[in-house]
Ligand binder design. Structure first.
Ligand SMILES: Nc1ncnc2c1ncn2[C@@H]1O[C@H](COP(=O)(O)OP(=O)(O)O)[C@@H](O)[C@H]1O
Ligand SMILES: [Mg+2]
Length: 419
């Protein structure tokens, strides 16, 4: 399937993805619209991949083999770029690109943007604001750790995302409970360490950017207007342009530039989060990927291009400097999962869509499937998208629309009774 005459000459972009990514459709649509040839390398068993006859099978848990598979593919195809569309394969992409001499972040930068402990270590060696942090084996005894840290603190796994396993603890008792919860999460996901860092108070923003040898191009600064004070940190509303004063936004941009330099990031998308307080701008995390979920749907550049189109254009060697973000006020709400259980019914979608400013609502959770809340869960019920005359009008439209949605979630206790 990969060795046709056209694929040898056709410039091809390899996109590496997790099978349950939210990001696949947006990238596939972007490639289609740009008429770019892409090949998917997906973390699925080989048999499944060949039955579907549509993608290359890679096993993310076997890093070297995944890199070798992709490098082999490049020997029979004219591969011009390799991109991981979410966190899980950024290192595979970086290693494969290095071997093939393709533009990408170095493997060392990819690790720093992937592993939260390495990120903190690199940031510490520059003069960027940094909380105190320590990393421990998850099978360490928390009794021995509780005296070595200050409170409030935040415990987090090193390699997960979407706030999974991120828990604030205000005292030793909460610390121990959080520790055991994260240890359980790690028993069936990636990583063996738990990082503990000082809690950073302040307002939070997310920044979307692209980096190249021309520097950092900020695509959007999103305010996160819901308070994120813990114990869990559920993402909800993102609104852009930011309502922060220009000088704060400039400081965010400068901190991102310094942080990207400290991590060694050089090429491709960056999704970063910062907290701002009277001491300045504190990086929470810097990742070498685009914004998660379906949030990018609200962004457009040069009035026609999607974020994914911009990323693919850059990857295929085009100059993207001329494309600027449109300046409409816009926002997205990641619809939080209110409780654990089985999703049975959703009502109110039409009313919620009819609120002025609401552009669309996409429900991504499947009916009759279990829902898990944070800190164990890793999904949303769906996404609400809005455009309006000002950031506050966008925020109000999202809140009003969300209040009209009803989710019927059958609790697990009821299921127990049925059994
Ligand atoms: N040190 C911290 N102080 C305050 N809040 C934090 C801290 N670390 C994480 N958080 C909160 O938890 C959220 C998720 O943490 P983050 O490190 O970004 O992990 P993830 O990769 O899961 O998004 C952040 O967006 C922030 O709101
Ligand atoms: Mg984050």
């Amino acid at each position: 399937m990969h060795d046709t005459p056209s694929s040898k000459t056709n410039p091809t972009i390899v996109l590496i993805a997790n099978p349950n990514t939210y990001r696949g459709k947006s990238f596939a649509r972007a490639a289609d619209r740009l008429d770019l040839h892409i090949l998917w390398a997906i973390d699925i068993p080989e048999k499944l991949a060949s039955e579907w006859n549509m993608s290359l099978s890679v096993d993310f848990s076997n890093h070297d083999e995944s890199v070798a598979t992709i490098v082999d593919l490049a020997n029979t195809n004219h591969v011009v770029s390799i991109l991981a569309i979410d966190d899980s394969a950024t290192l595979i992409a970086a290693d494969a690109c290095k071997l093939l001499g393709l533009p990408h972040n170095s493997p060392s930068a990819a690790v720093a943007a992937r592993d939260k402990f390495v990120m903190r270590q690199r940031l510490l060696s520059s003069n960027i604001l940094s909380p105190k942090f320590k990393s421990f084996q998850h099978n360490a005894n928390p009794e021995k750790i509780i005296k070595r840290i200050s409170y409030p603190c935040v415990l987090k796994p090193l390699l997960l995302n979407g706030s999974r396993g991120v828990i604030r603890a205000n005292n030793p008792t909460e610390f121990k409970t959080a520790w055991h919860r994260i240890r359980n999460i790690l028993s069936n996901s990636v990583g063996t360490h738990i990082m503990v860092e000082d809690y950073i108070p302040g307002t939070e923003v997310a920044v979307e950017a692209l980096i190249s040898d021309k520097g950092i191009k900020i695509l959007a600064i999103f305010d996160k207007p819901d308070p994120l004070i813990g114990p869990f940190f559920e993402e909800t509303i993102y609104v852009t342009p930011s309502r922060l004063p220009q000088e704060d936004q400039l400081e965010i941009e400068n901190t991102l530039i310094s942080a990207a330099r400290a991590l060694g990031l050089r090429f491709g998308p960056i999704h970063a989060e910062f907290r701002i307080n009277e001491q300045g701008v504190w990086p929470i995390e810097i990742a070498g990927r685009t914004i998660g979920g379906l949030c990018s749907n609200i962004l457009s550049f040069g009035s026609v291009l999607s974020l994914e189109e911009l990323v693919l254009l850059q990857a295929s060697g085009s100059n993207i400097e001329k494309f600027t973000a449109d300046d409409r006020s816009k926002g997205v709400m990641m619809i939080p999962i209110p409780k654990r259980g089985i999703l049975r019914k959703i009502t109110g979608i039409e009313q919620a869509k009819s609120i002025a400013g609401i552009d669309n609502i996409e429900i991504t959770a499947k009916l009759h499937y279990p829902l898990h809340t944070l800190p164990e869960g890793d999904g949303y019920l769906g996404f609400i998208f809005a455009y309006d005359k000002s950031p506050s009008a966008v925020e109000n439209a999202l809140r009003q629309s969300h209040s009209l949605l009803q989710f019927q979630i059958e609790s697990e206790i009821m299921l127990e009774q049925i059994k």
